[in-house]
Design a binder for this molecule. Structure first.
Ligand SMILES: Cc1cc2nc3c(=O)[nH]c(=O)nc-3n(C[C@H](O)[C@H](O)[C@H](O)COP(=O)(O)O)c2cc1C
Length: 363
């Protein structure tokens, strides 16, 4: 049913509470209903990052498919990869509802879900059931709110998912689990990265598999904090950084729902998250993988992330506003860009706007 969402799906979904609409969209993907035609594979869009071959650079960000229910359906929409989670060792309900708010005029969302998820066991069972299938599926790991040893929760996540995930994301940047972002501080981060890496290595020992670790950071960090994170990432030989999670800032927000507590995502996050991404590229040099996320909702915004230093790009809020056809539209737009500029690989685009983006203020 191509175009169904465009015709009346968005109006129907927007008449519902955001979390109800989200549940319905997951159910639609689960049902196998053809929601939109996938884009044609384009070899010029293939990228190899940390040893993984991606058919195109656009991924679904964490938080949409928290429990790993529909990664293959997301890939069929045209995404080059899907990141499930955040998953925590034990199931947890998250914060009281309502906890997702649309800021329609701002093309943004505020959420304070608080890592609601079914826990490791449920996601592991689903990952095991799809083991061996093609398609790049990463797993985003986190800590339980009431955990006595939060770093231990990341170790468990790395040990359990390293054999099954294409990559692991260490998420220390959700604003909705009190104290979680403190793990971005230097001493905690050093311990977290060392222990998570060791748990990953132990789980893979003796095999041929390499499962890279990507660290997902907040956009609300200062220049000195970013420099410290980059040093720890380099020192602990972490393969990549995802920039960024949602922001606590409400700068430029007009919608009254901006007053809700939680992390803001979508269009207003684009500029700051892209400027932070470029700084990270500067700090880390050309070899570390960077994934740009925050406010991507078109081929143009995806290209800007790559120009600012991203190897890969992810989105979530864009799909809430544009519907399930967004992945195919962006991928086709990337192909058209390659045509127009006579490019045969994305390598020519990466970092081409680095100076401009890294010069933008993040104060
Ligand atoms: C409703 C919602 C839930 C999210 N849950 C998670 C999560 O569980 N783990 C995570 O790392 N990021 C989570 N995110 C953050 C997104 O992965 C992404 O980093 C952020 O929304 C910025 O991208 P966007 O502007 O394209 O949405 C969530 C975002 C939204 C809107």
């Amino acid at each position: 049913m191509p175009g169904m969402f465009d015709a009346f799906g968005r109006a129907a979904l927007f008449a519902l509470a955001p979390e109800t609409a989200h549940g319905l969209s997951i159910a639609a993907l689960k049902s196998g209903m053809p929601l939109c035609p996938a884009p044609r594979p384009d070899p010029r869009l293939r990228v190899s990052v940390s040893g993984i071959g991606f058919p195109n650079p656009l991924g679904m960000a964490a938080g949409y498919d928290k429990d790993g229910e529909v990664p293959d359906a997301l890939l069929r929409l045209g995404f080059g990869f899907a990141e499930i989670g955040t998953v925590t060792p034990l199931p947890q309900p998250g914060n009281p509802k309502p906890r997702i708010f649309r800021l329609t005029g701002d093309r943004a969302v505020v959420n304070r879900l608080g890592f609601n998820n079914e826990g490791h066991a449920a996601a592991l069972a689903r990952m095991r059931a799809r083991a061996g299938r093609p398609g790049v599926v990463g797993v985003n790991i986190g800590a339980n709110k009431d955990s006595a040893d939060r770093i231990g929760d990341y170790e468990l996540g790395a040990a359990r998912f390293a054999p099954l995930a294409a990559y692991l994301t260490v998420n220390v940047s959700s604003p909705n689990t009190p104290g979680l972002r403190n793990l971005q501080g230097r001493a905690s981060l050093a311990e977290l990265l060392a222990r998570t890496r060791a748990a990953r290595d132990a789980a893979l020992e003796g095999g041929t598999r390499r499962t890279p670790i990507f660290l997902k950071i907040a956009p609300d960090l200062s220049e000195p904090e970013l420099a410290e994170i980059a040093e720890e990432v380099t020192d602990k030989r972490i393969e990549g950084v995802i920039v960024s999670n949602t922001t606590l800032s409400r700068r430029g927000i007009a919608d009254p729902a901006g007053a809700e507590a939680g992390g803001l995502s979508g269009r207003p996050l684009f500029s700051r998250s892209t400027a932070v991404l470029a700084r990270m590229r500067r700090l880390l040099g050309p070899a570390t993988a960077l994934i740009g996320v925050g406010g991507v909702d078109s081929a143009e915004t995806a290209i800007e992330k790559i120009r600012a230093g991203a190897d890969l790009v992810q989105l979530y809020t864009g799909m809430i506003y544009e519907g399930p056809g967004i992945a195919a539209r962006i991928v086709r737009g990337l192909s058209a860009h390659m045509d127009r500029h006579g490019l045969d690989s994305l390598a020519a685009l990466r970092d081409s706007g680095l100076d401009e983006w890294a010069a933008r203020s993040i104060e």
